[in-house]
Design a binder for this molecule. Structure first.
Ligand code: ZN
Length: 192
């Protein structure tokens, strides 16, 4: 079975707790439209948090290729969807990654896979940014890596805390990206 569609232990219990939650919210969980909702939500939440069971480091170490290329490698506009750990509401947007290889590169799709794994957990945008950067730093051991995340937070927008459509940007970097010139080169490339 595909591990991505396999549901984890505790699914029944999760569904039964969601049934309770529906009642506590003032709903009638036995009415027709809601009958299957607790199980649907339980399955959806397991999918949205499937990253807990996955090893992002292994994704990269399994796909390292020796290569002398030492210019900046950029993977931009990686779509992601995550859940904020404070409200369990979605935040979503784009991740841009750049690294400068030091003898090893990885498949571009593997970088997207790493983003997928860290975003499918309860998160804060700052930590997700750091985790993606550290994962690439520790496995590829590049001369530098930089990660920029641009996201909209539904917990802010739906509750009216923040102006609609405002975007939160976070970034983290190391190595060669400590130089403002190198960061600027990356920022120019992602927004062109
Ligand atoms: Zn939140």
């Amino acid at each position: 079975m595909n591990p991505e569609t396999e549901y984890r232990e505790g699914l029944e219990q999760l569904a039964s707790n969601y049934k309770e939650i529906l009642s506590l919210l003032g709903e009638d969980p036995t009415r027709e439209g809601l009958e299957k909702t607790p199980m649907r939500v339980a399955k959806a939440m397991q999918v949205l948090t499937r990253g807990y069971n996955m090893d992002a480091h292994k994704v990269l170490t399994d796909a390292l290729f020796k290569e002398d290329y030492s210019q900046m490698v950029i993977v931009k506009d990686i779509d992601f969807f995550s859940l904020c750990e404070h409200h369990m509401l979605p935040f979503y947007g784009k991740v841009h990654v750049a690294y400068i290889p030091n003898g090893y590169i990885t498949g571009l799709s593997k970088i997207a896979r790493v983003v997928d794994i860290f975003s499918h957990r309860l998160q804060v945008q700052e930590r997700m940014t750091l985790q993606i950067k550290e994962c690439i730093e520790q496995t590829l051991k590049p001369l530098g890596v930089m990660v920029v995340v641009e996201a909209k937070h539904m917990c802010m927008q739906m509750r009216g805390v923040e102006k609609q459509n405002s975007i939160t940007t976070t970034s983290d970097f190391c190595g060669a990206f400590n130089q403002a010139k190198t960061r600027q080169e990356f920022m120019n490339l992602i927004h062109q």
